[in-house]
Design a protein around this ligand. Structure first.
Ligand code: HEC
Length: 166
């Protein structure tokens, strides 16, 4: 029964996406690329596939850990460190001070399901750690936090995850 429900859900998901997206299978934290299609995005946002080296990375604590999220929140808002707020805005909706400079693509709304449900934790961590090599839009570079430690960047990932639907 469970198998059929899962299959039904999968088919339903595929039905609502472009046909090509079905090849990649369902999203898991380990497999696939940065999104379900493993490279070409299911939404209009382009995403590069996560390299193997990053697919196997694991956070130091569960991403729902309150201390990890709090540490990420601090870095996100701090102008002297990660400073994500300058583009992504206070609440992550993509409305930071510098956001008007970014069009096509605009600064991504980190609270949106079209982002949260399409990417793995490892994809987010990779974007933050290696903003240049993970960038599908060279003309519109997103600034991550390459100076951050692994723990810092997992903390930022945890904070980004906590923004879902907020
Ligand atoms: C200078 C502006 C700028 C800053 C600073 C910035 N970003 Fe971004 N970010 C963007 C833009 C523009 C995009 C959309 C283009 C892209 O995907 O590269 C983006 C995309 C992203 C994505 C990928 C979204 C997707 O759908 O693939 C994530 C995750 C992200 N930002 C997180 C962060 C975090 C966390 C920080 C802080 C460490 C940060 N960004 C700092 C501009 C910025």
């Amino acid at each position: 029964m469970k198998t059929w429900t899962t299959l039904g859900l999968f088919l339903l998901m595929c039905g609502s996406l472009a046909l090509a997206a079905c090849g990649g299978g369902g999203k898991t934290n380990e497999g696939g690329g940065g999104n379900k299609a493993g490279g070409s995005s299911t939404a209009s946002h382009k995403r590069l596939p996560v390299p193997d080296e990053y697919k196997s990375k694991k956070p130091p604590k569960d991403l729902s850990d309150a201390d990890l999220i709090a540490a990420g929140k601090k870095l996100y808002h701090d102008a002297n460190t990660a400073n994500c707020v300058s583009c992504h805005g206070e609440g992550g909706k993509g409305d930071g001070l510098l956001a008007p400079n970014y069009k096509d693509p605009a600064v991504v709304d980190l609270t949106a399901a079209s982002f949260q449900d399409e990417v793995t934790d490892q994809y987010i961590f990779w974007r933050i750690t290696k903003p240049a090599e993970s960038n599908a839009y060279p003309a519109m570079s997103m600034l991550g936090y390459p100076a951050g430690s692994e723990e810092d960047n997992w903390a930022l990932t945890a904070y980004v995850r906590s923004l879902k639907g907020s």
